[in-house]
Design a protein around this ligand. Structure first.
Ligand code: CP
Ligand code: NVA
Length: 305
């Protein structure tokens, strides 16, 4: 694993390795133990879009590991004035030990990785959000003591987070049901990849039916970054695709309710669901830090060997 652009860059062993390491460094952090294995290493963080969790957790993560993170808003670096992605990757590789990038087009990440001599990590693209999903798996493991043999239900847009979750479920052996309005299904490429990986995937437009006996209920915003122009149409099309008490009632009694955040109460999730006893959303947010530190250690130390 040189870079992490897609969940498919990770094997089952990689995923378990990352989750074990994340749990170990989470425990050490809670005991105030120092884990500064990335001393004198620097991470560049290119952002074309807004972020709260990803930006802060990567920056704090690098600090915890004894390294340094540099926030690079794409409008403030020369890429915003037309310097090519290829040249940017080559130049940054001369200074840094790793790059994370949050981009509109997944293709930008591919170009960065192809031209960089250091690891590139997907901090969200229009196609995938693997760092989020590693934190989600860590959270599921904490609550369920396993990440396989469960029913995972996605309600809402077949978007970037959904794509990475479908792939992850296929790799780890979780059944996944995606309930989305017609026209908002995940891209065919991701449905196919999920099935090629042996995933047990159902796509439906009926959230209540989907939620039956769910171990995990997961949703995300109806309007992702980059979809703002479609907002009015989306708000109409997604009506009824909400995780709420009605869906929780037909799920397993110990169902966990997940959301990558930021959330919109009374749109994709009811206040009762996100703030209620089944919700684990803030554990997910915290676990971004621990899971990403594990990824940084795996990529940036392996890179040196
Ligand atoms: N979930 C997530 O990636 O959040 P941010 O957009 O705040 O980074
Ligand atoms: N699907 C959302 C995720 C935000 C973390 C987006 O791309 O905006």
């Amino acid at each position: 694993m040189k870079s992490l652009l897609s969940m498919t860059d990770l094997s089952l062993e990689d995923i378990y390795g990352i989750l074990d390491l994340a749990a170990e460094i989470k425990e050490k952090r809670s005991q105030g133990k120092i884990t500064d294995h990335l001393r004198n290493k620097s991470l560049g963080m290119i952002f074309e879009k807004s972020s709260t969790r990803t930006r802060v957790s990567f920056e704090v993560g690098m600090n915890d590991l004894g390294g340094h993170a540099i926030y690079l808003n794409s409008n403030d670096i020369q890429i915003g004035r037309g310097e090519t992605v290829e040249d940017t990757a080559k130049v940054l590789s001369r200074y840094l030990n790793g790059i994370i990038a949050r981009v509109y087009s997944h293709d930008t990440l591919v170009k960065l990785a192809e031209n960089a001599s250091i690891p590139v990590i997907n901090a969200l693209s229009d196609e995938e959000h693997p760092c989020q999903v590693l934190a989600d798996l860590l959270t599921i493991k904490e609550y369920k003591n396993r990440i396989s043999d469960m029913k995972f239900v996605w309600v809402g847009d077949g978007n970037n987070v959904c794509n990475s979750l479908m792939l992850a479920c296929a790799i780890v052996g979780m059944e996944i049901v995606v309930a989305c309005p017609k026209g908002y299904e995940p891209a065919e490429k991701y449905i196919q990849k999920t099935r090629e990986l042996g995933g047990v995937l159902t796509i439906t437009d009926n959230p209540l039916e989907a939620a039956k006996d769910a171990d995990v209920l997961y949703t995300d915003v109806w309007v992702s970054m980059g979809d703002e122009e479609e907002e009015a149409k989306r708000l109409k099309d997604f009506e009824g695709y909400q995780i709420n008490e009605e869906l929780i009632a037909v799920s397993k009694p110990d169902v966990i309710v997940m959301h990558c955040l930021p959330a919109h109460r009374s749109l994709e999730i009811s206040a009762g669901a996100i703030d209620g006893p089944h919700s684990v959303v803030f554990d997910q947010a915290e676990n971004r830090l621990h899971a990403q530190k594990a990824v940084l250690l795996k990529l940036m130390i392996v890179d040196e060997e």
